[in-house]
Design a protein around this ligand. Structure first.
Ligand code: SF4
Ligand code: SF4
Length: 216
């Protein structure tokens, strides 16, 4: 059940989101390359690998999570969506598959700087999983995208912090546990040499967007 935005929870969510962004930065430039490769494949009608296309081009998390996102964004800017729509016009004219492109997608990435839909902040797509598995940080089989909570000990508290669910009270200790789990994963990835990460990112792009499904 959707809850009213809780400023206290939103503040905690922002702190967690910042920690997550430090982790995802280590995958750069994976998303930028995934985006341009997807656009190229879409324009050339190469749709056989579309299940691995850029999530922001094929998905629409803004409208899927409209109630909670609107409630949170309005806390700082009542006209947030109008501004978003004005800035994302160029990219929205492109046609892809699914219900995307997401209206928050601008020419240089997501236009929502703070408090994105939780599903965006925690998504570990197949290509990211590929990098983590090949770095020996994870040992799972890659059968589809996962969320951070699936691959770490982070407690499942973001639905509460975002106002999507109201199953329990979230405590500061839960938030600390979440941050600690993300930090541990980041520390394991940061020790993988940058050259190796860059190499694995290229391999992931080739495996999923080149060959279409992790085939080596
Ligand atoms: S599918 Fe993965 S690599 Fe591509 S844009 Fe989304 S998160 Fe980034
Ligand atoms: S909200 Fe941002 S990160 Fe999430 S799907 Fe839309 S553009 Fe991508």
């Amino acid at each position: 059940m959707f809850q009213r935005a809780n400023r206290h929870y939103v503040k905690w969510f922002s702190i967690i989101e910042h920690e997550l962004s430090l982790l995802f930065r280590l995958f750069s430039p994976l998303c930028a390359k995934c985006f341009s490769c997807t656009l190229s494949q879409a324009e050339n009608q190469q749709r056989s690998k579309h299940q691995f296309w850029c999530c922001c081009l094929t998905d629409n998390q803004v409208h899927d999570h409209w109630k909670s996102l609107d409630a949170i964004q309005r806390l700082t800017d009542i006209n947030w969506y109008q501004k978003l729509a004005a800035n994302s016009m160029a990219i929205r004219k492109r046609r892809t598959l699914g219900n995307g492109p997401c209206p928050a997608l601008g020419p240089s990435g997501c236009l929502i700087r703070k408090c994105r839909p939780a599903t965006c902040s925690t998504l570990i797509c197949e290509k990211m999983l590929f990098v983590l598995v090949k770095s020996r940080i994870l040992t799972c089989r890659i059968t589809g995208p996962l969320q951070i909570e699936d691959i770490t000990d982070a407690p499942d508290i973001l639905p509460e912090l975002c106002g999507i669910k109201n199953r329990r009270l979230v405590t500061e200790q839960d938030v600390r546990r979440y941050i600690s789990a993300v930090t541990q994963l980041r520390r394991r990835l940061v020790v993988v040499a940058e050259e190796k990460r860059t190499f694995l990112i290229e391999e992931a792009l080739e495996a999923y967007l080149g060959k279409g499904g992790g085939k080596k």
